[in-house]
Design a protein around this ligand. Sequence first.
Ligand SMILES: Cc1ncc(COP(=O)(O)O)c(C=O)c1O
Length: 446
Amino acid sequence: MPPQKTTNIHATAALPKVAWAKGSYLYDANGKQYIDGSGGPAVYCLGHANPEVNAAIVSQLDRIAHGYRYNFTTDALEELTDIIRTRCGGTLREMVYVTGGSEAVESCLKMALQYQTAIGQKSRRRFVSRQRSWHGNTLGALGVSGFAERTAAFEGAFIPSIKVSPANAYRPIAGATAETAGAAAAAELEATILREGAETIAAFIFEPVVGAAGGCVPAPDGYAKAVRDICTRHGILMIADEVMCGAGRTGTWRALERDGVEPDIMSVAKGLAAGYQPLGAAICTTAVHDVIHAAHGAFQTGHTFTGHTAACAAGVAVQKIIQREDLLSRVTANEARIKGWLAQALHGLPQIGDIRGRGHFIALELVADPETKTPYPAHLQLFAKIRLQGMLNGLICYPVGGNVDGINGDIVILAPPYNATDAELTEIVDKTAQSVRQVLQAENLC
Ligand SMILES: Cc1ncc(COP(=O)(O)O)c(C=O)c1O
């Protein structure tokens, strides 16, 4: 059955049935081919059915699927831990494994609270986070998320958090320009901390390159360093949520590496095992770990499947391939090429307000008026129509709505596999441009 018209992401009844996939292509039960322009939700960074990753998982399953963490350590877990320590560099050396992004964020929040308790700062129970952010669907992660459409039904039941403005060079906060967007957002953060009382705040959590809630919005120049200084000055831990933008997606293994900043705590998930197994991690510095260890003996978090052996084996295989094939150099080099190709393919469409992002994490933003940057009204559901049109054209991309104010705004995220060929990348770009043009034409908007 071809993809049916639906704008609700939770409505799955009309979806085509995927049958198999290889590399950058997926095939549905009718044999229709789709190119994976977004690695699903920025996950499948090595494409599909990689024989080396599959063999590593099978080989692990043949020995033991899961060595429970309170009984055993395993080769796969130890090897992955070494790899992550090397890739992170610096002092980000201690971690708790989990099965996905929300659990990773949840664990980061708990690490921050446990640390503050351990140093005798138990009054620090609140978090500061940003509007236009997405940190996950568990209650803790949802509560710090600035995504009204997804949080509204649960308001009132969250752990306390304070929301500050996002840092976005294309949409700076009032009074700021693209050049001063980072400094203005950082100043707002510090003013908020002073107003609310630093002694009540455990940590500040943010996405170094905002994913679904903003559309690949990189930290403006100087922002991350300013935030680092503010957090240090006020005894607030800095948590980088790298679930979507980390594990090499933006060209460096840690997204914040490019900003020259080491957070105290960070989350990573999607690309860590590239979707071959569910895997994530909450990682912290030795300084944070040592304080917790001295006071409490261990992180007081973790789950039955923490350090799941087959998942760790998948992570090891994925990370070895990325390193051996030097894929992050390719991802870095492709950033300007993908943006250039997109600009060319969408040439003459003033509705494309911005093309931004880093590495293989690039988004375009649609605007009704390029001068005022006014978004199209939400009821048009342009993003959802582009998703559907893309599927009809044999393209998987990642359009999201609401990036401007939680309701209005249309973005299309591209997050191709790190090893996508040039021909595949240009096919993704061409099909994206074609899908956007078709939807704008069908809506009489161009
Ligand atoms: C930045 C960020 N954090 C956390 C999450 C939650 O991850 P998961 O859906 O794996 O629970 C996501 C998911 O998209 C994300 O983009």
